[in-house]
Design a protein around this ligand. Sequence first.
Ligand code: MIC
Ligand code: SF4
Length: 644
Amino acid sequence: MLTLVQTLAEKIINAHLVEGEPIRGANAAIKIDQTLTQDATGTMAYLQFETMGVGRVRTERSVAYIDHNTLQSGFENADDHRYIGSVAKKYGIYFSRPGNGICHQVHLERFGKPGKTLIGSDSHTPTCGGIGMIAIGAGGLDVAVAMAGGAYHITYPEIVGIKLTGKLHDWVSAKDVILEVLRQLSVKGGVGKVMEYFGEGVKTLSVPERATITNMGAELGATTSVFPSDELTRQFLKAQGREEDYVELSADEGAKYDKVIEINLSELAPLAACPHSPDNIKPVAQLSDIVVNQVCIGSCTNGSLQDLLKVAHILKGKTVHEKVDLSIAPGSKQVFNMLAECGALSDLIDAGARILECTCGPCIGMGQSPVSAGVSLRTFNRNFVGRSGTKDAQVYLVSPETAAASAITGVFTDPMSLGAMPEYVMPKEFKVNDNMVTLPASEADADKVEILQGPNIKPFPSNSALPDKIWAELVLKVGDNITTDHIMPAGAKILPLRSNVPAISEHCFVVVDETFPKRAKAAKEHGGSIIVGGANYGQGSSREHAALAPVYLGVRAVICKSFARIHRQNLVNNGILPLVFANESDYDKLHQGEFISLPFVKRELEAGDDITLKSGEFETKLKNDFSERDRNMIVAGGLLNMFA
Ligand code: MIC
Ligand code: SF4
């Protein structure tokens, strides 16, 4: 039964529910109105979509963005762009060309609609929660299914209410709000939950500020985050020339949250996430002696016009400290263009900023790697070891205000120490020009469009059906909070291989153990391998490659204390068993190099019984907490085998 008094998240989810009940923790499926992909995950998603053979996309709006792999130091990335462009044209997908901006920023500006559902093959898809959407990050295969008209399967989330009161001080920004939430809840705190913002403080935050908060809610492990759609949302949409997309939306009076956290915006001061985790939070004031080598401003978290206008006003007439390297990447073409038109771009250039194209860039290690052991302040959302491209770099995540202040002084600087905040004025209208979005061919012309697939694009690996029993080597044992950047690193050297799973697999887990790919391949000859991990295994990116490379290398199961949501589903979708210890202390009893057997795995999985694990004399149980759909996928060796 639907309750009459609903939170905003419940309203949108329940209106889209096509399977299951609105009961916390239950398996549910929702209809998806919009999808987005980016190029680093998109090629695989579209290859999978093509395999499904359904023809045109069946969503209200699907958009393919090129924003991640834009460094073209070889033919690979360019080939991927061309392939995605041709698929988009043929199958009814809008194509946002390289140069148009970062997927989340552009989607917020041009396509997102309050009250609609969106899934995207990128973990920061919740950015559009800032405009009142239920926007969820997912693996490429799930996005392919949604494009084909299929529902998206979720565990019906708990709804955490975050009550905002008060008003941010000058120099304190939306980034500090989400850093405070991360400080309180940690990178595991949002798993299985939706973060819903409400309260008087909401009205003091603009849509781009809200989007900074929902964007980085991904770092909590949350399913998504959402803000109400209110007068400020209407103004934002009006300024984007699409007021007709506005609907007013908020939680019902008296709606019940599973938990409420209160944040008084007036009490916040600038914060920083210290190396190497987004929840390792300290006040900037406590870091003030640290010498800074690099500052990077931009990304889908802080690449909005409002962010960069603030930065331009702080830098105006100043010079970047001689020991600091400052780079700035606007979030979108719209932002870039408007900075140029109002002269702010000139202030940035004049101060000595290195202006980059409006893409992900340094956020995903596409250039601007810091100096050895360098301190880098970034307005981004992730600071995992090695993600910047420099393994021993010390990356801190900060607000645009803290970043700009520190770029001038050369040391970590609390911007509140700089006196009055320079004034900036947000324009009433944005410069709208969608000329870098290519429209798809009409249905009648679709047949004439040729799919252009260059030599970089290799078929994705398919898994074999689940055998009756597994006997495999424990090739790698890792600890807590392993990120997808550990499992499948990115960066300028590896990202061009995203369309070539055999080649990219050579880099799997090398951050942790350089011998992993070789040892896993050897184990593949003798029954495959198993990975053992701690809590929150697979946090971070939605990259399906963190499952596809292990499939290619012969990994049959990952056994952990707990999994991050998107990665767990990516493993299931590709036929790798993600198993959880029934008893967490069993983690200590398993050792790298030993052989593990799951002697009755298929029978137990299908019967819904816990899974028996044996290693020598040791015997224990692993939880069987799979939905029927997940079970079927694992037994088939992955979702695509079910289409065959
Ligand atoms: C990231 O921020 O880690 C990425 C790169 O955007 C990923 C997607 C990818 O790995 O391609 C994400 O967040 O899902
Ligand atoms: Fe791009 Fe960074 Fe945002 Fe990921 S987090 S989408 S790499 S800008």
